[in-house]
Design a protein around this ligand. Structure first.
Ligand SMILES: CC(C)(COP(=O)(O)OP(=O)(O)OC[C@H]1O[C@@H](n2cnc3c(N)ncnc32)[C@H](O)[C@@H]1OP(=O)(O)O)[C@@H](O)C(=O)NCCC(=O)NCCS
Length: 171
């Protein structure tokens, strides 16, 4: 049965549990000790009334070298219910989020993921940022241990070649 993506009015921890089946650490990031940002805009897929996929967005910015901060749309919380993975649902919610972000005027989409997921996002048009990324944490900026990936949202947007700094908590 074809499934369609919808904008969610909100996305709570209970909604996430509905997708993951209450997995304790669905993103495998608990061991990093990082503090993450909540997302502001949410897209999801429901199947037979159950939420089975989600992607969230939050506006933030990055700086590189001495350059002015650049507006980016942070993508996070991408998760699909284990029983329906491999059916294109991540593509559906990530594409909806990316298209929304393009309309907000952000220059790039930005996300963080483990290396094993890089091929998934590459299939969706994202690229690995070659330099390192510093991100904010309550005690000050730290190196992001996950891969940084970006996608252009504006015409002729060119991602910096060196290291970048996210001017907020990561998402
Ligand atoms: C990562 C995750 C969201 C993918 O969801 P999914 O619904 O299975 O992904 P899709 O079926 O939409 O696949 C998206 C694309 O990636 C490709 N892909 C999927 N797994 C892949 C892999 N291991 N290697 C290469 N490509 C892969 C698919 O073929 C598809 O590309 P295509 O449409 O061109 O064929 C899902 O596995 C998940 O919820 N994982 C746990 C939570 C998590 O780690 N989230 C990511 C946080 S960054």
């Amino acid at each position: 049965m074809p499934m369609s993506v919808i904008r969610l009015a909100r996305y709570t921890p209970a909604d996430r549990d509905e997708i993951t089946g209450r997995a304790a650490d669905p993103f495998g990031t608990a061991g990093t000790g990082l503090i993450w940002r909540d997302k502001d805009v949410h897209f999801g897929v429901r199947h037979d009334g159950r939420l089975v996929a989600h992607a969230g967005l939050v506006e933030t910015s990055v700086s590189a070298g001495d350059g002015d901060p650049v507006r980016v749309a942070g993508l996070g919380g991408v998760v699909v219910a284990p029983e329906v993975r491999g059916q294109g649902l991540a593509r559906l919610v990530v594409t909806a989020a990316t298209e929304h972000a393009r309309r907000t005027g952000a220059e790039f989409g930005l996300l963080f993921c483990w290396p094993r997921l890089v091929p998934v996002y590459e299939r969706l048009g994202w690229r690995v940022s070659a330099g390192g990324t510093r991100v904010e944490q309550p005690g000050g900026a730290v190196d992001m241990p996950l891969r940084t990936m970006w996608t252009p949202l504006a015409e002729d947007a060119t991602w910096p070649s060196g290291s970048v700094r996210l001017l907020s908590l990561p998402m």
